[in-house]
Design a protein around this ligand. Structure first.
Ligand SMILES: Cc1cc2nc3c(=O)[nH]c(=O)nc-3n(C[C@H](O)[C@H](O)[C@H](O)COP(=O)(O)OP(=O)(O)OC[C@H]3O[C@@H](n4cnc5c(N)ncnc54)[C@H](O)[C@@H]3O)c2cc1C
Length: 389
């Protein structure tokens, strides 16, 4: 089967990286994916392998312990991992683009020196605490508060659905909190909370529909005291800064989604050639072949969308609309392809140990996390001047 990496579209260094991650995904990630999914266990050994390869440092400069690559390189790695195990891919995505990136983008020299080499090494994970019980799509509805008390912030409140927040290697959570009021509006700032701070608790993990090997917890903050210097970025800019992180993150989620969509194609092609019904391979029926052809087209179109958004971002041009489009079409491609692949696998497609069944359960969250489908449509509509808020 010809594959996109063999078309010559990508420069050699990107293609070589993608092929290296593909080998790792097939040899190390795939064999244990069903086990971790069934046991709902965090894949520490796989994460350590990704750390050894430098994947957590991909987009960061070497001076911070990174690989000196860029965000597109991260996306290529996510696409390859997303083909075989979305839980592993989201662990990398959240660790880099949500955990470490806010510190790289908005941290001062001291914060970068203290945290980035650790997070870029992959030996420690950072989490991104924006969502709250009453503030998801409307993330400005934050109720968590932080008040200055001498040289400290005192944080109270809760966050929910936070990825990578309760593993044995989680070292920090960056949270948004209301730090005051300006012109009658909430002043929202971002604060780094080391995971061993008294009063900070990662509550028991959720029992999710999918992404079972990814770590997700509700968090509570009960008079959590951190130094005033843990303020990340400018006071009052926390919400805006996190939105910038989410714009980028949408390209990464789109890449992961393309991986899922392509993984479903690959599984379906293999199975359609080998499974026989009525005395011939099911793939010789046009109904099946057309279904797979459409799946391939969806994955390809979604890939071009995230390549385009990443290219704009890397060249310093506005990319908000393109990132929203990429996230929208790629997450839908993943969900649609997962549904079709499950159909092609028949009864086996409904058995949890099959990769397509895992994609069927895992892909739904792609249409919800880092901005729902409706939020992407709101962003695109706003960019078209259809409304202001
Ligand atoms: C597994 C998992 C991991 C996650 N990881 C993180 C993380 O690491 N950090 C973090 O901060 N968050 C994380 N989240 C939270 C995620 O980003 C939110 O769940 C998501 O943004 C949606 O928010 P909500 O769940 O509050 O839904 P709501 O905002 O309550 O939305 C409910 C429904 O209403 C729709 N809706 C809302 N407003 C409108 C509108 N104006 N017009 C039309 N429709 C609308 C939504 O699209 C959705 O369909 C995670 C969630 C999950 C499930």
């Amino acid at each position: 089967m010809t594959d996109f990496l063999s078309t010559g579209t990508l420069p050699d260094e990107y293609r070589d990286l993608a092929l290296t991650v593909r080998d790792f995904a097939n040899q190390v990630v795939a064999p244990v994916a069903a086990k971790h999914d069934a046991e709902h266990s965090f894949p520490y050994e796989v994460v350590a392998g990704m750390a050894d390869m430098g994947l957590f440092g991909l987009p960061f400069p070497e001076e911070f312990g990174g690989m000196g690559g860029d965000y597109f390189a991260l996306c290529l790695a996510l696409e390859e991992l997303g083909k075989v195990d979305q839980s592993v891919a989201i662990t990398l995505e959240a660790g880099v683009s949500l955990g470490a990136m806010p510190i790289y983008r908005f941290g001062n020299d001291k914060q970068k020196a203290e945290w980035l080499p650790l997070l870029a090494s992959g030996r420690a994970l950072g989490a991104f605490g924006l969502t709250e019980p009453g503030a998801g799509s409307d993330a400005g509805g934050t109720r968590t508060t932080a008040r200055l008390d001498g040289d400290s912030w005192i944080i109270n409140g809760s966050k929910q659905f936070i990825t990578n927040s309760g593993t044995d290697i989680t070292r920090l959570v960056t949270v948004t909190a209301v730090t005051g009021e300006v012109d009658g509006k909430k002043e929202i700032s971002t604060i780094i909370v080391p995971a061993d701070t008294p009063g900070f608790t990662a509550e028991p993990a959720y029992n999710k529909v999918g992404w079972n090997a990814s770590d997700t917890h509700p968090l509570s903050f009960d008079d959590v005291r951190v130094p005033a210097e843990n303020l990340l970025g400018e006071r009052g800019r926390g919400y805006a800064n996190f939105l910038r992180i989410l714009d980028e993150g949408r390209i990464a989620i789109a890449a992961l989604s393309v991986g899922a969509a392509q993984g479903c194609v690959n599984e379906s092609v293999r199975y359609a050639k080998e499974r026989e019904a009525f005395g011939r391979p099911i793939g010789t029926n046009q109904a099946i072949a057309f279904k797979i052809a459409r799946m391939e087209a969806r994955a390809h179109m979604a890939r071009t969308a995230y390549y385009d958004a990443a290219a704009l971002m890397l060249s310093g041009k506005p990319f908000k609309k393109q990132a929203a489009i990429a996230k929208l079409v790629a997450s839908e491609a993943a969900m649609d392809n997962a549904r079709d692949a499950t159909q092609i696998f028949g009864g086996y497609g409904f058995m949890n140990e099959y990769a397509v069944a895992r994609h069927y359960r895992d892909s739904k969250i792609l249409e919800i996390g880092e901005g729902t489908t409706e939020v992407q449509l709101m962003l695109i509509g706003r960019e078209l001047g259809l409304w202001q808020t």
